[in-house]
Ligand binder design. Sequence first.
Ligand code: TYD
Length: 206
Amino acid sequence: MTAKFIKPKFITLEGMDGAGKSTHIANIIEILKSQGREVVSTREPGGTALGERLRELLLHENMHAETETLLMFAARREHIATVIQPALMRGAYVLSDRFTDATYAYQSGAKGVAASKIQLLEQWVQGSLQPDITLLFDVPVEVSMERLASARTPDKFEREGADFFTRIRGAYLQRAKDNPVRFRIIDANRPLDKVKKSVEDIISTL
Ligand code: TYD
């Protein structure tokens, strides 16, 4: 019997604010397109008209951490139903700037929502859908904060302090440890061309 090899199609990018993941999206799209693939590039929270309206609330309104978690998953349900699932069904690659690992890192790791509650929502909203590969852009907390300080007007998450970011980083690294097949940790505390090369190496071998 021949082993069935399932090609990774659902790719997610994760990392602390300021880790630099957004810089690499255009490059990843270009690599996949040059291989003749259809690529759907999207983001969370957001990715749909409704999701983008929820994103406005999520990034700028203060709310209870569990309300925030529920809204993240409401946006995610819409995103999966109308964008991600249809794209995967027709054989396209989906590249999402953040997904559920961010909820574990931010709402659970940093804000204390029970991981068991997130698991329940994940099961409900995603069923068996999981990213095939997750690139985690990792930088030390000081580097992320320095980059944020020199960036545009911060949203509510980006205004948090070092403790918050330390918890996010710890939670992401723990997610990577718990899901070693899916995660690729990219040391993003290097010159841009080196990080770019690491990303290219991973994407071109998919
Ligand atoms: P981000 O992806 O960093 O976009 P930009 O580069 O435009 O700032 O912003 C999204 C923010 O939302 C980020 O601070 C992380 C947060 N977030 C959560 O807290 N939980 C989630 O489940 C998701 C998807 C994002």
